[in-house]
Design a protein around this ligand. Structure first.
Ligand code: HEC
Length: 194
């Protein structure tokens, strides 16, 4: 009897400890395996910034129109809301999903389907001389090496409205950045992307 009570106490304490652990701790910061970035596994629990359909800025695009869904961890998002800037160790995911029109009861428009791949961007000032680094993951890739500057960094550097991020396409953050004066309005007038 005494033992049973003790065990249930221990079990309860364990549960409390598990739940008390911050959901958004180091797991939502970049983690590396040697030179490679580890795939962020829990990004679907992060803050959703926006989605695009068939946005075409990638030379390899073409064929099927993909949806893009952009996510950022909550700790980083909150600091952005308070300052209009991204804190060091911020990590971003742009998920690419297939699109489909006919399915179930749907007749027009598009809904999202399978994961095609994802792009990951990190602001890690201590690790990368260029401060921002870019990684590409396939549907099953576990780790990825940083892309050469020309593949990702350059376009983000030249055309993104807030630091290296495309806040011009994230309607709720756009207002925040404008309020703090961190929004580069000139980024809206570039066409087409190069
Ligand atoms: C020609 C310009 C261009 C290039 C090259 C490019 N991107 Fe982007 N990226 C964009 C645009 C535009 C968005 C806006 C969101 C969208 O497409 O839905 C974006 C959004 C992102 C985001 C979401 C966060 C943010 O910065 O707004 C990530 C992560 C990302 N890209 C990763 C990559 C990776 C990884 C590569 C290289 C493999 C890459 N990008 C190459 C233009 C570019």
């Amino acid at each position: 009897m005494k033992h049973a009570m003790l065990w249930s106490l221990v079990a309860t304490l364990c549960l409390v400890a598990l739940h008390a652990e911050p959901q958004d701790s180091t797991a939502s910061m970049p983690r590396y395996a040697g030179q490679n970035l580890m795939r962020p596994e829990n990004y679907r629990e992060w803050i959703f910034l926006s989605s695009g359909l068939g946005m075409n800025y990638n030379p390899s695009a073409g064929g099927q129109e993909l949806f893009t869904n952009v996510f950022v961890p909550e700790w980083s998002y909150r600091q952005f809301l308070a300052s209009g800037k991204w804190p060091d160790k911020s990590i971003f995911v742009v998920e690419e999903r297939g699109s489909q029109s006919n399915g179930s009861i749907n007749k027009t428009g598009h809904f999202q389907t399978e994961l095609v791949g994802m792009g990951v961007e990190v602001k890690d000032e201590g690790r990368f001389p260029e401060k921002w680094a870019y990684f590409k993951f396939g549907a099953d890739t576990k780790t990825a090496g940083a892309n050469p500057k020309a593949a990702c960094w350059q376009c983000h550097n030249d055309h993104a409205a807030v630091e290296h991020t495309f806040v011009q396409f994230y309607p709720t953050l756009k207002e925040v950045a404008k309020k703090f004066g961190t929004y580069r309005a000139a980024a809206e007038n570039v066409s087409p992307f190069k």
